[in-house]
Design a protein. Structure first.
Length: 116
């Protein structure tokens, strides 16, 4: 059974930081590249970052490069997104999923709101 459970979102001022977590089912997580995506109000969901199974390869959207860091703990089927220097345009619901091709199933996401 697919499980994707995101957490860690919240309200933060511009320039602040948040750390998101996503726990996935073993079937979804094991040996897969995992990624973070986000969807802002009125916009389509977009790619944010991804990390290979080994953790040795990461890739970021230009809009977050240098500010966000993706990591994973394979023993706990968990992927993280450390977000620093947050901007109001980072406001969105954040989701994790396999990457670059996401599963049809999506978790509930976690809301990140950055105030100016």
């Amino acid at each position: 059974q697919v499980q994707l459970a995101e957490s860690g979102g919240g309200l933060v001022q511009a320039g602040g930081s948040l750390r998101l977590s996503c726990v996935a089912s073993v079937r979804t997580f094991k040996l897969n590249t995992m990624g973070w995506f986000r969807q802002a109000p009125g916009k389509e969901r977009e790619f944010v970052a991804r990390i290979s199974w080994s953790g040795g390869a990461t890739y970021y959207a230009d809009s977050v490069k240098g500010r966000f860091t993706i990591s994973r703990n394979n023993a706990k089927n968990t992927v993280f997104l450390q977000m620093n220097s947050l901007k109001p345009e980072d406001t969105a619901v954040y989701y994790c999923n396999t990457a670059p091709k996401a599963l049809d199933y999506w978790g509930q996401g976690t809301q990140v709101t950055v105030s100016s």
